[in-house]
Structure formats: structure tokens, C-alpha cells
Design a protein around this ligand. Structure first.
Ligand SMILES: Nc1ncnc2c1ncn2[C@@H]1O[C@H](COP(=O)(O)OP(=O)(O)OP(=O)(O)O)[C@@H](O)[C@H]1O
Ligand SMILES: O=P(O)(O)OC[C@H]1O[C@](O)(CO)[C@@H](O)[C@@H]1O
Ligand SMILES: [Mg+2]
Length: 403
């Protein structure tokens, strides 16, 4: 599968990448996913394990279910779930869970993870000690960028110890911040849920005298959920994302624009990504168990600033703040995510049986592929503020530059 579907007229054309010394265009290709004629493992002898790490994401159960189904189809009998992420390899009292088609048949009907999730946990060497002690041949790792870094470290350590273990990841994150792939599973569902919150904010704002609906949406370092939910709802006047800096105060600031919207339209809706405007807030420097920065609350900050601003200018404003946080990810997968999860889960097993390790099962240019994990952990994907999607969003909201 070719990585780029657009043919550039020359290496200097907009968007072209120069990846060889002469700066001529070099096609990049990636392996198409799916079953192979020859398989590397004897299914009868395989022990396969599944682990889900990081935060929750719609579709985790769909992937677990498909991995189990597909393993059984190959003839694997020994399938286990590692409880509560990488911690399950280490914490005493956490026992691996035998999995079968019967057991996982209906788990896709609920959100969350049947196996449980966690952040932080043991060192890579301890995880690999545990993999060795449990005699695991295939490890299916479901998670985001942190988990992929973990999967890569496990893969490297297994190679170093000459263990024949296939480590296969499946990219999960509502944030959609993993590079090179069209999208991660869970993102579509999160956007769908998020636009429900926007819709409520719109109804509240529209029905109030000088109503201002404010919605804060997840996204640790990128504004994909906020941008897509704003686009899909069509009800947002101002969308703020971390990739685009903005001023709240001043002639070109957000508050001045809200003042105009209240004057001209009578109400307005603002959608802010949780990582937006962090430079306007105090940073505690705190991190979570996985080492991710804990963000300051831009939603509450904006709510206060809007209240103070309108009070200051003597104009009535009725602010309705909605923070749907965990509601956008604790739900079950929607139809398109459920299909994506089905294909990714099945392909993960085909990849392991083909003998691959250190790969992730994903979608690229509408085709299902295996990418090397090393390629997707270089840096989180972020909204391109010069890209078409962000400009479509600006056209839709009609917002100016807030600088
Ligand atoms: N660089 C790394 N090397 C090894 N393991 C890591 C690394 N980064 C994170 N991990 C491990 O991966 C697991 C998940 O990481 P993290 O909590 O960052 O979630 P994530 O996979 O990025 O998903 P989410 O989208 O929910 O943030 C944790 O158990 C963490 O210890
Ligand atoms: O689950 P926690 O630890 O509260 O983390 C929340 C973070 O996880 C995500 O839901 C997924 O990375 C982010 O959008 C959010 O910043
Ligand atoms: Mg992460």
C-alpha cells in the first residue's frame, strides 16, 4: 500500500517530502495486512496474550473479541488476558484470565475494557521476565502512543534475549494522535459523543438571554476531537485547539469576538480542546503514572474569564459550561469504529501468525496495513494548522485569528 496517494509534480511542490539526498520524490510503501499462505507458528503450541493499556477508548472490547475469535479460528487453544494493562504482568494478586469465544461473545455490547486498563507499571525487563515465565508466544498490545513505545521496548528486549515472541499492537486512542494512519479506533465514537455535548450547549445557549455555551473536549496534545466535533455539529462559533495559539483579551482576543457574537447573533457556542491555551495557565509540572503531563483546566479558566469580561462591560451573559470528559470515551463503539476494530483485531492475529513482530495493525489511505511500531512513536500527530481540515473548520465557524 502506498503511503501517499497524491502524486507531486516535483519534490518542491507543496506537501512533498524530500527523503533522499537528491531530493527526488521517493515512494514510500507499507505492507498490506491480512492472512498469509505460510504461517510461522504451530497453532496448537501457541500461547497468546492480550493486554489493554492507557485510558479507556470505545472499541477495546470489539478488538479483544476479534483477536480471540481469530486466534481460535487458527486453532489456538491457550489464550489469556493480562488484567489492568502492563501492571497485570507484575502486580501480585492480578491473575491472567483464560479467554475463549464463549466468554467474549458479547463483550462488545458494553464500553470500557473487559480486561481493565491502567497507566504506569513495571519496567520493560520485568514485563519480558513475566512474558518468558508465562511462556507467551504472541502478545497483542492495545493502546495509544505510550503503549506503542512500551510495545516497541518489549519487542526490542525480546529480540535481545532471542525470544520468539510476536509483539503486535493495535492503535487505540480517542485523541487520534498517532502518526501515519488515517485514524485510530475510538476516535469516531468520541467525536459522535462530543457533538452531543456541543448540541446541548447550543440548545442551552440559544434558549438563554445572551447565552454562551462552552464545551471542553479531551485531547491530551492535539485538537482532533474538538476540530471534528465542531465540524460535524455545525453549531460552533469558536473552536480553540492546542495547535493554534490565541489571545483571550485584547482587541483581537476571543472575549472581544464573543462580545460581537452576543451583540449580532444573541448567543454563541465555544468548543475548547483541553490542551488548548495551556500557555495562558499556570503549569503545575505534575505528571500521571505514565509520565504524561497533567494539564491545567482551560475550560474552568475560560468560564471565569467570560463571566468577568461581561460583568466588566455591564452586559448580561448566561454561561452554560459543559465538560463531558469521560462520557466521550466510556461508551461502546459506534458502527464505523466497530467495523474498524473488527478488521484491526483480525489483522493483528494474521500479522502474528505471519511471524511479524514490532508491528501495529492499522488503516492507511483506506487500506489495512502493518506499520513498524518504530515509525509511529516518533512524535504525536497534531492538527496541521496550515492544512485544509483546520481551514474548513475556520470557514465553518467563521472565527477570525485571535492574535
Ligand atoms: N516510553 C515508554 N516506554 C515504555 N513504556 C511506556 C512508555 N510510555 C508509556 N509506557 C507505558 O505504556 C502504558 C500506557 O501509556 P499511557 O498511559 O501514556 O497511555 P497511551 O498508550 O498513550 O494511551 P492514551 O491514549 O490513553 O493516553 C503505561 O503502562 C506506560 O507505563
Ligand atoms: O484517563 P486519564 O488518566 O484521566 O487521562 C485522560 C487523558 O486520556 C485521554 O482520554 C486519552 O489519551 C486524553 O484525551 C486525556 O487527556
Ligand atoms: Mg498517550
Amino acid at each position: 500500500v502506498t503511503m501517499s496517494v497524491i502524486k507531486y509534480s516535483s519534490p518542491t511542490s507543496a506537501g512533498a517530502e524530500c527523503i533522499d539526498p537528491d531530493c527526488s520524490w521517493v515512494e514510500q510503501w507499507v505492507h498490506r495486512a491480512g492472512p498469509r499462505k505460510d504461517i510461522y507458528y504451530e497453532p496448537n503450541e501457541v500461547k497468546a496474550a492480550i493486554v489493554t493499556c492507557g485510558g479507556l477508548c470505545p472499541g477495546l472490547n470489539d478488538v479483544i473479541r476479534q483477536v480471540v475469535f481469530t486466534l481460535e479460528t487458527y486453532g489456538v487453544k491457550n489464550i489469556v488476558g493480562i488484567p489492568f494493562g502492563f501492571r497485570g504482568f507484575f502486580e501480585k494478586g492480578l491473575k491472567e484470565m483464560p479467554l475463549s469465544r464463549n466468554l467474549v461473545e458479547n463483550i462488545n455490547l458494553a464500553g470500557g475494557s473487559f480486561l481493565g486498563v491502567s497507566r504506569g507499571g513495571p519496567k520493560t525487563s520485568e514485563i519480558v521476565d513475566s512474558i518468558q515465565a508465562r511462556r507467551i508466544d504472541m502478545l497483542f498490545v492495545l493502546g495509544g502512543n505510550g503503549t506503542h513505545a512500551g510495545a516497541n521496548a518489549i519487542h526490542d528486549e525480546c529480540r535481545k534475549r532471542k525470544l520468539k515472541v510476536s509483539v503486535v499492537a493495535v492503535p487505540k486512542t480517542i485523541d487520534n494522535d498517532i502518526p501515519l494512519m488515517d485514524k485510530t479506533f475510538g476516535f469516531d465514537t468520541a467525536v459522535e459523543e462530543a457533538q452531543r455535548a456541543i448540541n446541548s450547549a447550543y440548545i442551552e445557549a440559544r434558549s438563554a438571554y445572551h447565552g454562551i455555551g462552552l464545551v471542553k473536549l479531551m485531547g491530551r496534545s492535539s485538537g482532533f476531537i474538538a476540530m471534528h466535533a465542531s465540524l460535524s455539529s455545525g453549531q460552533v462559533d469558536v473552536c480553540l485547539i492546542p495547535e493554534v495559539s490565541f489571545a483571550l483579551d485584547g482587541e483581537y482576543g476571543v472575549l472581544q469576538h464573543l462580545e460581537q457574537l452576543i451583540k449580532n447573533k444573541g448567543f454563541c457556542v465555544v468548543c475548547v480542546a483541553e490542551a488548548a491555551g495551556q500557555e495562558l495557565l499556570q503549569n503545575s509540572g505534575a505528571t500521571d503514572a505514565s509520565g504524561n503531563a497533567i494539564l491545567s483546566d482551560i475550560g474552568v479558566h475560560m468560564q471565569q474569564k467570560i463571566k468577568t469580561h461581561f460583568k466588566g462591560i455591564g452586559v448580561h451573559a448566561d454561561i452554560k459550561y459543559i465538560d463531558p470528559t469521560y462520557m466521550v470515551r466510556a461508551c461502546r463503539a459506534n458502527a464505523s469504529d466497530a467495523i474498524l476494530c473488527t478488521v484491526l483485531g483480525q489483522n493483528a492475529v494474521h500479522g502474528a501468525f505471519a511471524g511479524f513482530s514490532g508491528i501495529t495493525s492499522c488503516i492507511c489511505n483506506t487500506h489495512y496495513v502493518y506499520l513498524p511500531v518504530t515509525q509511529v512513536i516518533t512524535a504525536p500527530k497534531r492538527v496541521n494548522h496550515k492544512g485544509r481540515m483546520w481551514h474548513r473548520c475556520l470557514t465553518s465557524t467563521g472565527q477570525p485569528d485571535f492574535r
